[in-house]
Design a binder for this molecule. Sequence first.
Ligand SMILES: [Ca+2]
Ligand SMILES: [Ca+2]
Length: 102
Amino acid sequence: MVTSGDLPGLELPDFDAHSELGGLGAIELSHPTQDLDGDGLLDTVTTGTDHAMQVWTDMDHDGFADHMTVVDSGGDFSAWEFHHHPDGTTEWVRTDNGHLGK
Ligand SMILES: [Ca+2]
Ligand SMILES: [Ca+2]
């Protein structure tokens, strides 16, 4: 099992740019610390290790992450979106990936 990094109280997995979120399920952001879109409501938590950094964002403020971007130490990144399907199932879908810099 992966650890949640150094943010106490958060049970967020440690992913790198090549991880598959797929069936991870809903990620609860109970204590967001950043306001990514500047609307005055905290919506984002950043987690990470020396190896990779993850940015989890709750766009609609329902307490659960809707977007995740991960950048690893080599500059590879992936962006993921949390989808709710009509049949009640949920799934993380990769929306972008590539390499920063160069
Ligand atoms: Ca916000
Ligand atoms: Ca949400």
